[in-house]
Design a protein around this ligand. Sequence first.
Ligand code: ADP
Ligand code: MG
Length: 680
Amino acid sequence: MNMQWNRDIQYVKGVGEVKARSFRRLGVDTLLALLRFYPRAYEDWSKIYAVADAPEGIPCCVSGVLAFPPETKRLPGNRILVRTALVDGAEVLGIVFFNNKYVASSLHEGEEYIFFGKVERDAYSGGRQMVSPRFQPKGVSEGYLHPIYRQTEKLNSAAIARCVRHALELSEGQLQETLPDYLLKKYRLLPLREALWGIHFPKNEEEMESARRRLAFEELLTLELGLLARRPDGKPGVALSHSAKDFTAKLPFTLTGAQKRAIGEISSDLASGSVMRRLLQGDVGSGKTVVAAAAVYSCVKSGYQAALMAPTEVLAGQHFRTFLRFFENSGIRTAILSGSMSKKSKDALKQALLAGEIDFVVGTHALIQQDVTFRNLALVITDEQHRFGVGQRTALAEKGTDPHMLVMSATPIPRTLGLIIYGDMDITVLDELPRGRQPVETYLVDASYRPRLYRFLEKHFQSGQQGYIICPLVEEGGAESALIPAEEYYEYLQKEVFPNRRIGLLHGKMKSAEKDRVMLRFQEGQIDCLVATTVVEVGVDVPNATVMLIENADRFGLSQLHQLRGRIGRGTKKSTCVLISNNQSHDTQERLQIICQSTDGFHIAEEDLRLRGPGDFFGERQHGLPALKIADLVNDTNMVTAAHQIAEKILQNDASLSLPENAPLQEAVKQMFGEGETLH
Ligand code: ADP
Ligand code: MG
């Protein structure tokens, strides 16, 4: 990019210190970022209706002459009503504004205006009217779609549009094209500058669509280039040929067919002499951890070190304890590194890792800190991959020399899509649950059932089983909030409801040593019931816990509820999950019923996708990919596939994107994936 475009946003006419701050809050700090701040919606001012023809119920523009000067009326409660009307021959359209003192002075009898809004029927008179429309004198701003931007309190959409227009004018002859010429020609894509005009100020729907097509393609190509560049593809790696057979033979359970297959695939990857990059995908409770353990076993017994990174301290602690049990008497020296350890013990551990005195380390993000070094790291594993970014996964791999990589995820995504967004990996699916599992029974009730539910819990405690009570928040959201704060609820339960039971509390704001202590006690059966926030959502495994109550269940997404419920039903005993919600709206009830009726993570994910739309579902959090601004991984699948193939071709000819024609693409990849990372 031309230097000019990295200029501070204040370079735009009319943007001073205050506006610049608002822009920064929206993530816009430079001229270029402003041009790339795409509208989130449009108002169609390209098509103007006569009063008689304006459709009802959909936003549109209507033109006409103001019939009489606006009349201002005071309503009870200090509200103001402004009324006027638009005429066009014999047709009349009422115009109404509430609480807008200023409109009266900007509307003049006998002049022509364009009003944008929804035509509806007045409940009393039955006449057609528009409530609180936007308007302009005729001839000022019709003839194109008006962009609607994400705004802040101090910076509204119209002000942003003015700044964008100015920036686009400045861009005349200045903007460098990002896509190579042959791609523009072959796929008939708009040049960048045209596309930017077209996305911000399109003359009509078609112009907006072709601008969007060009920009979405560019974004997907950048994404695929970044992902594929990380693929090792036949890159030589250490051959780890020690078999995991003596490990699997000693397990206290029989492996499922799917687990055996997964261990087989991973073993042959590890022994192949090429770098492994594999995604292990399996629904909650499918038994991914033991597959990882088999890989670690092969690695260490072949004479190399292994590392596993988990997204939370709670999960890292649990894995550490699980692996200690798995590797008892195996001679594998296992350690844990977490952010909360004292500096002294961290230093000692780092020393030992460098000296090769530790074979296998489990940890949180603390593992990717700069001063953590290994003697011969040959296998890196990330658990609950969707909680990490692509960058973090790569950062862990950089601790070794092309180590093998295994990433584990319970997030079910439609398979074709998975192949593409995990385009840099081979995929193994654990599509079978361990034998003897019974599906968790799930019910939806309102809060009046609580006393019965407490008795139900008590029965389970009596027979030695454990339970969870999940609350959405740690502290109360606000005065009118109906949410139950975990801390208060915990005290109430311990004192009033279960005075003779051991209740525990686990939430994200606790110190991690404290969290560990609580988890450990729960795991050892010294706590009967854990009152927890969503910190238990990922990975926690206590098979003796068989009941879960989820308070304010409507506050959670479907996939999140599925993850939470996955904490029970992990043993052979029957488990029960109860969703508590007082929200009687049809949509909420329908949504929560999906969880009651299905335990299939893929089905639930698809429903989640259908109900929430792709934006949320495929948000950054779900898969660790960079956030996309304009492309849509669900609806643009054809484009995703095309981008995937084109990216492959480009990299075949120019693996490091160093040809001059690819320089802008390399720049775009860096921007999307973060500056610090290198392309392999
Ligand atoms: P997830 O895939 O959700 O990470 P885990 O690896 O935590 O699942 O396994 C869930 C539980 O099932 C653990 O308690 C684990 O010991 C147990 N488990 C795993 N594989 C088997 C098996 N083949 N037979 C019986 N229990 C198993
Ligand atoms: Mg797990």
